[in-house]
Design a protein around this ligand. Structure first.
Ligand SMILES: *[C@@H]1O[C@H](CO)[C@@H](O)[C@H](O)[C@H]1NC(C)=O
Ligand SMILES: *[C@@H]1O[C@H](CO)[C@@H](O)[C@H](O)[C@H]1NC(C)=O
Ligand SMILES: *[C@@H]1O[C@H](CO)[C@@H](O)[C@H](O)[C@H]1NC(C)=O
Ligand SMILES: *[C@@H]1O[C@H](CO)[C@@H](O)[C@H](O)[C@H]1NC(C)=O
Length: 308
């Protein structure tokens, strides 16, 4: 399925660049963002990402390579060999992210219920994120791209709407308000078969591994090393324990929550339902985003589109 999407995407991008296909809904002043603009902004966000990890604060142990059907454990050690938690857990956006991360029912088909406390946690997370240089640069870029966000408050309202609006994902039972873009992309959700979909945030994956919920068994695809020994962008993993399974996922390892949110939001806002290629440190990367429904401007999914 993912393989199929990756192949069709290249075609879709070629076509959309050639014909300037309009976004399906909420017509806005057409973005003139060229692919070089994405490279400029993503590099800028990367360089501004002071809450991200470094070679000094995080080391991964990729270990053996595996594939999407293998049941073998090619990685007996943990993926996260070292994380400086003193650093990680002193980042305000990370703390705010962790506070939100236990707000959701992990199983689709089970209704979400948001308490006042949880809504306050979402607002605190958005406030923390909007206070960073990463999000300030994102706002400036989206304004340059003629997006209707005159102020940070307007961008914050956009973030809240596209990421945190609750909607139904399960088909059976249908119409249960059980999901959101944030839950799916950052935390992951389990289907009846216990297969987890989504889960593209490395901090959440780290915390799941630490509590033995996630069992990393190897990397599947090639890994893009942005800075040797420092950041790794997107690895597809066959990670599961005896209960939860996640055949593939890709991550922006080491990035702060605001970098994930900003980069996905830029791609979702300017290139929804397409891939969004750019370079960081001259390495070719791409983010893929999808709308929940063609006519609803909520995030269905967003992830680093890692080649096989
Ligand atoms: C996947 O890995 C398993 C175990 O190593 C191997 O038997 C199988 O042939 C591999 N499948 C593919 C498609 O490479
Ligand atoms: C992880 O999964 C593999 C493959 O099923 C299994 O052999 C291994 O014992 C598991 N590791 C842990 C720590 O549960
Ligand atoms: C971990 O990070 C903290 C805060 O940045 C720093 O003071 C400390 O020296 C680091 N620890 C190690 C072992 O590098
Ligand atoms: C960037 O990468 C391209 C091809 O991947 C290469 O031709 C070019 O020399 C690189 N530029 C720099 C500044 O490293």
């Amino acid at each position: 399925m993912l393989r199929f999407i990756a192949v069709t995407l290249c075609v879709a991008v070629a076509i959309s660049v050639a014909t300037q296909v309009r976004p399906a809904v909420k017509p806005r002043p057409r973005s003139k963002a060229a692919l070089t603009d994405f490279t400029v902004i993503m590099q800028r966000l990367w360089d501004l990402d002071v809450n991200g990890m470094s070679a000094a604060t995080m080391r991964l142990a990729l270990q053996g390579r595996t594939n999407s059907t293998s049941k073998l454990d090619e990685a007996p050690q943990r993926l996260f060999a070292y994380v400086n938690e003193t650093f990680l857990l002193s980042r305000p956006t990370v703390l705010a992210f962790i506070a939100v991360s236990n707000n959701y029912e992990p199983r689709i088909g089970t209704a979400e219920r948001e308490t006042a406390q949880e809504q306050a946690e979402i607002n605190a997370f958005l406030n923390a994120v909007c206070d960073t240089e990463v999000m300030k640069a994102t706002l400036a870029f989206l304004q340059e791209q003629k997006q209707p966000f005159p102020t940070m408050a307007a961008l914050k309202a956009h973030l809240k709407s596209i990421w945190f609006t609750l909607y139904p994902r399960s088909k059976n039972p249908a119409n249960v308000i059980d999901s959101s873009g944030f839950e799916h992309v950052f935390l992951g959700e389990a289907k009846k078969t216990n297969v987890i979909g989504g889960l593209h945030n490395w901090i959440h994956a780290y915390r799941l591994e630490k509590t033995n919920i996630l069992n990393y068994t190897g990397y599947v695809n090639s890994v893009t090393v942005l800075e040797p020994g420092r950041f790794i962008f997107g690895a597809r993993l066959w990670a599961y324990n005896n209960y939860w399974k996640n055949p593939f996922s890709s991550f922006i390892f080491g990035a702060s929550p605001e970098f994930d949110l900003a980069s996905y939001t830029i791609c979702f806002t300017l290139r929804p339902n397409k891939n969004c290629p750019f370079r960081i440190n001259n390495k070719s990367l791409s983010i893929r985003t999808m709308r929940y429904m063609p006519n609803l401007n909520y995030v269905d999914t967003a992830y680093p589109d890692v080649p096989f």
